[in-house]
Design a protein around this ligand. Structure first.
Ligand SMILES: C[S@@+](CC[C@H](N)C(=O)[O-])C[C@H]1O[C@@H](n2cnc3c(N)ncnc32)[C@H](O)[C@@H]1O
Length: 271
């Protein structure tokens, strides 16, 4: 079988399973199987790897997320290990990192706290893009922290990123220049209606309501005066979360959009 024929067979199977981008996913899976770039696929040789490829296609056709099947996923400038212990880092979270960088532009050697670090996406991207930063990441899931730890080691930020198991700020008192969090915000009754891929992600990373309030309360005790809190919020929740920050006494409360133009980031400064 040629590469073209293998891709056509896979794309057909994925399309039949309702995968939204069957041809592109087939290319990613075959490139991963053969250890080449997607752009190099058409000059590559299947080299006896057809069965391995078909196994990955079978998993994807069962609607396992592409990121889990590949075992890694790109986030900002990093490639992170991901598996069902952690949420797959999303494009909207890249906008959260962008907003953090903007808020820290005049802060030298910033001390940063990432509440609910998951794979380490936000914490490690900030360490990568602010080489003078020190970052603490917490998580209430010991399993998620194992993945964050692996990513910390692979990215080489062991010196500047510390990972702590526990609830919210896990007893860390700062003072921090920035507290950032992408808390769980999918409503429990919403989950069954969402795409099948989400059912593979950890429930404790996805499902939650009103988590911004305890995070904002805890953060206000650990931020320096003038320090910033940055929260990713669910679609349609930005105004409510902004009002919560105002009610808690945060100043300069602002809502920003993600790349798709949706209001997904809310921030404010501790007075
Ligand atoms: C939506 S995921 C975000 C993961 C990662 N920061 C990202 O943006 O891709 C939320 C994370 O918060 C963690 N979490 C949930 N409740 C928590 C709590 N009370 N304290 C600390 N972490 C919590 C979950 O285990 C999960 O890893």
């Amino acid at each position: 079988m040629t590469v073209r024929e293998a891709l056509a067979e896979a794309a057909g199977a994925l399309e039949q399973a309702g995968v939204p981008s069957p041809a592109v996913d087939a290319e990613w899976l075959l490139a991963h199987t053969l250890g080449v770039r997607r752009s190099e696929l058409y000059g590559a040789d299947l080299d006896g790897r057809l069965d391995d490829f078909r196994e990955l296609v079978r998993r994807r056709a069962a609607r396992e997320p592409l990121a889990y099947v590949l075992g890694e996923w790109g986030f900002r400038g990093l490639t992170l290990v991901v598996d069902p212990r952690v949420l797959i880092p999303r494009p909207e979270t890249e906008a959260v990192v962008e907003r953090c960088l903007t808020l820290l532009v005049d802060v030298a050697e910033p001390a940063i706290m990432d509440v609910g670090v998951g794979s380490g996406a936000i914490a490690l991207a900030l360490a990568d893009e602010r080489p003078d930063a020190v970052v603490v990441g917490t998580d209430a899931s010991a399993a998620a922290l194992e993945v964050a730890e692996e990513n910390r080691r692979r990215t080489g930020f062991d010196e500047r990123v510390r990972l702590v198991y526990g609830d919210l700020l896990a007893g860390e008192t700062g003072p921090f220049d920035l507290v950032v969090s992408n808390p769980p915000y999918v409503a429990p009754d919403e989950l069954p209606r969402l795409e099948p891929e989400l059912q593979h992600e950890p429930r404790e990373a996805l499902v939650g309501a009103g988590r911004e309030l305890p995070i904002a309360r805890a953060a206000s005790g650990a931020l320096r005066a003038g320090g910033a809190l940055v929260l990713e919020v669910g679609d349609g929740r930005a105004c409510d979360v902004a009002a919560t920050l105002v009610a808690l006494g945060y100043a300069d409360v602002k809502v920003s959009n993600d790349l798709a133009g949706r209001q997904r980031v809310v921030d404010g400064r501790r007075r």
